[in-house]
Design a protein around this ligand. Structure first.
Ligand code: GDP
Ligand code: MG
Length: 336
C-alpha cells in the first residue's frame, strides 16, 4: 500500500506507480510538477527508476481550435480505445491554463464517462510560467503514465499558439481536428500547424454539417497532396462525429496503420530518439538559464543591465556577455 512515507521515497513511489496505484500516480505527477529543488532531486530519482518501464505506449497529440470538439472527441475516442482493451491517459499542454483555469479541468464536464472509467487517467495541464516548463512536465508525466501501464497516451493542446509544436515534438502521431468549414484562415488555424499533422480529422460530420464536412475533407485531401510528399506516410483526412461517435473507430484504426508504417520504416524509434535529443538540449538550456539567474553576481548586476538594455543605452549582446562573465567568473571571447 501507498503510505505517506512511501511517497517520500522515490524507489517505493516508483514501485507503487508500477503497480498502477492511482494515488501513487497522482502523487508522482505532483512531484515532477513541483519546482522545489529538493523535489526535483526526488523527481529525477523517480524518473530514473521508471525509465526502463516507459516507452510502451502509442503517443498521440491532439490539437484544434477551441470549440472544434477536442474534449468531446477525446471522451468518445478514449472510451472506444478502452473498449478495445487499452488503458488511456489524457494529459494537456496549455501554457495559458494559469489564466483560464486549465483546459482539461474546465472541460471535464465533456469527459464525464471517461474520467469515471477505471481504464482512464486524466490530468490537466500543469501551471507553468513557460511553455518549455509545461512541456517538460507533460513529457515526464507521459513517462510516468507509461510506467503505470497506460498504453495509449493522449496529449491535448489548446490550439492557440506555440504549444502545437511542443506537443508534436513529444508524440508519435499528431492529430489535427478540423471544423466542417473553409480553409485554414477561416478556421483560425495558425500557419504551419497543418504541416505538423500526421492525421487530419474533420469533426462534427453530423446533421446539417455533414455535407460541409464532406467538402472540407475533399479540400484538405487536395491541399495536403500539394503540401508534402512523404515516402512512408500519406497524411489521411477522415471525418467523424464525436457526438454520434460515427467514424471514431476508423480514426483508431488509422492510428494503428500509422504506427505499423512508422515501425516498418524504422521511423518510430528514429522520431523518439530525435525527440529525446531535443529534450536533452531544452533541459540544458532551461537549467543553464535557471542557474545563471540564481547566481549571486548575476543577480547583483542584472537590474542595472536590464534597465540599460530596455532604455536602449546598452546592446543586449554586451549585457549578456557581462552576465556570462560574472556567471563563469572569467572573461569570455564571444557569446556564441
Ligand atoms: N454537432 C456536433 N457538435 C459537437 C461535436 N463534437 C463537439 N461538439 C460540440 O462543440 C462544442 C465544443 O466542444 P468541445 O469538446 O468543448 O471543444 P474543445 O474546445 O475543442 O474542447 C460543444 O458544444 C460540443 O457539444 C460533434 O461531433 N458534432
Ligand atoms: Mg476542450
Amino acid at each position: 500500500m501507498t503510505t505517506p512515507s512511501t511517497l517520500n521515497d522515490p524507489a517505493a513511489l516508483a514501485a507503487a506507480v508500477r503497480r498502477g496505484e492511482r494515488r501513487a500516480l497522482a502523487r508522482a505527477i505532483t512531484l515532477i510538477e513541483s519546482t522545489r529543488p529538493d523535489h526535483r532531486v526526488r523527481a529525477d530519482a523517480l524518473l530514473t527508476a521508471l525509465l526502463p518501464h516507459t516507452g510502451n505506449s502509442v503517443r498521440i497529440g491532439i490539437s484544434g481550435v477551441p470549440g472544434v470538439g477536442k474534449s468531446t472527441f477525446i471522451e468518445a475516442f478514449g472510451l472506444h480505445v478502452i473498449g478495445r482493451g487499452h488503458k488511456v491517459a489524457v494529459l494537456a499542454v496549455d501554457p495559458t491554463s494559469q489564466r483560464t483555469g486549465g483546459s482539461i479541468l474546465g472541460d471535464k464536464t465533456r469527459m464525464v464517462d471517461l474520467s469515471r472509467d477505471d481504464g482512464a487517467f486524466i490530468r490537466p495541464s500543469p501551471a507553468g510560467a513557460t511553455l518549455g516548463g509545461v512541456a517538460r512536465r507533460t513529457r515526464e508525466a507521459m513517462l510516468i503514465c507509461e510506467a503505470a501501464g497506460f498504453d495509449v497516451v493522449i496529449v491535448e493542446t489548446v490550439g492557440v499558439g506555440q504549444s502545437e509544436t511542443a506537443v508534436a515534438d513529444m508524440v508519435d502521431l499528431f492529430l489535427l481536428l478540423l471544423l466542417p468549414a473553409g480553409g485554414d484562415e477561416l478556421q483560425g488555424i495558425k500557419k504551419g500547424i497543418v504541416e505538423l499533422a500526421d492525421l487530419v480529422v474533420v469533426n462534427k460530420a453530423d446533421g446539417d454539417l455533414a455535407a460541409t464536412a464532406r467538402h472540407t475533407v475533399a479540400d484538405y485531401r487536395h491541399a495536403l497532396t500539394l503540401l508534402r510528399h512523404e515516402a512512408d506516410w500519406r497524411v489521411p483526412v477522415l471525418s467523424c462525429s464525436a457526438i454520434t461517435r460515427a467514424g471514431i473507430d476508423a480514426v483508431w484504426e488509422t492510428v494503428g496503420e500509422h504506427r505499423a508504417a512508422m515501425v516498418a520504416a524504422g521511423r518510430r524509434s528514429a522520431r523518439r530518439a530525435e525527440q529525446a535529443r531535443a529534450w536533452l538540449w531544452s533541459e540544458i538550456r532551461e537549467s543553464l538559464v535557471e542557474s545563471l539567474r540564481r547566481h549571486p553576481d548575476v543577480r547583483a548586476a542584472l537590474p542595472d543591465l536590464e534597465a540599460r538594455v530596455t532604455a536602449g543605452t546598452l546592446v543586449p549582446a554586451a549585457a549578456a556577455r557581462t552576465l556570462l562573465e560574472r556567471f563563469l567568473g572569467r572573461p569570455v571571447g564571444t557569446v556564441d
